[in-house]
Design a protein. Sequence first.
Length: 140
Amino acid sequence: MLKVYQQGSLEGTTMTPDTVTTTLQKGFRVTLGATATLIEAIQDPQTSGERFAALGSDVGRLTETLETKGEVTEREARQFVDGLLSQLPSPFTDGASGPSTVDTIATPVTAPSVQSDLAALTQELADIRQAIETLKTEKA
C-alpha cells in the first residue's frame, strides 16, 4: 500500500485501490473538463476569460469546476456513443428464424452452340498434340 503525505502534515493516509481509482477518475474528469473549457475558450474568449477571472487563483475551486465540467462532458459523450451503438444491428441477437438458407439452381451461362464449338476446338487441340508426339517419336 502507498502512503500519501498531506501538505504540512507528516501523517499519511493509506491509498487503497478505491482511492487510486477515484483519484484517476478525478484526474481524467479534470483533464476532460479542461479540454472542454479550452474548446469553449477558443470559441468564445470573452466569456471564458470572465469565468476564469471570477475563479481567481483558487486552484481548489478551479479543479472542482473543471471536474464538474468533465463529469458532464463524460456523461454527454457516453449518451452519444450509446445512442450510436443502439442504432447499429447487434451481431449477437437471434434472428426470428435463425440463419436463413437460399436455394439456387445452376444454369449454363453459355449458349449450346458455343459449348459445341468449344468441344470441337478441344478435340482439334488433342489431335494436334497427338500429331506432335508422333513427329517426335519418328525423329528420335
